[in-house]
Design a protein around this ligand. Structure first.
Ligand code: URA
Length: 232
C-alpha cells in the first residue's frame, strides 16, 4: 500500500471513489483568468504580509480583540496554489498564534496530506476572523464583515489558484450567502475569478466521522478543479 493509501486508510476514508462527471459540475466560475502577483519578489510579499499583520494586531473594529491572547493571522506559502479558509481560531490557535493547530487542525493536515497539500509547501491557511470568539462561539455576521478586508488582502497577496472553504461559516462568509454545506457542496463558486470549493469543517468531521467520505469526495473534486484551471 502506498503512502497516500495509508493516509486515506488512517482517515477512515476507504473506499476511494471519485464522483462521476465532475468535469460537468454546474460551474458558476465566470472565467479562469488569473489575478495575482506571482512575479513579485518574496521580500515584497513578506513586507505586505507584515503590514497586514500589523493592521490586524492593531485592529479594534470588533469586540473579539478584547479577549484574544494572540491574533491568528495565517500561515503558509505566498503564491501557493491552495488557500484554505476556516472559521475562527480556537483555544490552541489563540495561545500559539497559528491557524488550525488543535485537534481539528491535525485532521485538516491529514486530509490535505492525502491530496498532497501542505501548509509548508503549497498552501496558505487562514480564517474568516483572526481573533478567537470567547468560549468558541460562532463569530457573528458583523464580526465576519469587520474582519473581511484582512482576508481580502491576504487573498490578493497569496493569489491562490483555488480556495477551499471549511464549513458553513467560512463558506457563507466568503461567498456572502446563507446556505447549508449540504446545499453548497459539489459546485464551483467564484471569488474574483478564483474557484471556491466548499467542504465540511474538520471539527464537524471529528464529531461526525461518517461524513469523512463526503469530505474526501470534495477534496478530490477540488484537485480536479485545480488541475482543470492549470490546464486551461
Ligand atoms: N477552527 C477554525 O476554523 N480555524 C482554526 O484555526 C482552528 C479551528
Amino acid at each position: 500500500m502506498g503512502r497516500k493509501e495509508q493516509i486515506i486508510e488512517a482517515l477512515g476514508l476507504y473506499p476511494i471513489w471519485v464522483s462521476k462527471n465532475r468535469a460537468n459540475a454546474n460551474s458558476i466560475c465566470a472565467d479562469t483568468s488569473e489575478i495575482g502577483n506571482k512575479s513579485r519578489p518574496k521580500i515584497d510579499l513578506e513586507n505586505d504580509h507584515n503590514l497586514i499583520e500589523q493592521d490586524i494586531l492593531n485592529c479594534k473594529s470588533c469586540v473579539l480583540h478584547r479577549e484574544r491572547d494572540k491574533v491568528v493571522v495565517g500561515e503558509g506559502v505566498f503564491g501557493a496554489d491552495w488557500f484554505i479558509v476556516g472559521e475562527a481560531p480556537g483555544a490552541e490557535e489563540d495561545s500559539r498564534g497559528k491557524p488550525f493547530v488543535g485537534a481539528a487542525g491535525k485532521l485538516l493536515d491529514a486530509m490535505l496530506q492525502a491530496i498532497s497539500v501542505d501548509r509548508k509547501k503549497n498552501a496558505y491557511i487562514s480564517n474568516i476572523v483572526k481573533c478567537r470568539p470567547p468560549k468558541n462561539r460562532n463569530p457573528s455576521k458583523e464580526e465576519c464583515l469587520e474582519c473581511r478586508p484582512y482576508l481580502d488582502r491576504q487573498l490578493d497577496l497569496v493569489a491562490p489558484k483555488i480556495i477551499l472553504a471549511m464549513g458553513r461559516i467560512a463558506s457563507n462568509s466568503i461567498l456572502d450567502i446563507d446556505q447549508t454545506i449540504m446545499n453548497l457542496r459539489g459546485e464551483i463558486y467564484d471569488y474574483k475569478n478564483i474557484p471556491v470549493i466548499v467542504t465540511y469543517h474538520p471539527a464537524y468531521l471529528l464529531r461526525s466521522p461518517m461524513e469523512k467520505a463526503k469530505a474526501w469526495v470534495d477534496l478530490c473534486f477540488a484537485t480536479e478543479v485545480l488541475a482543470d484551471k492549470k490546464n486551461s
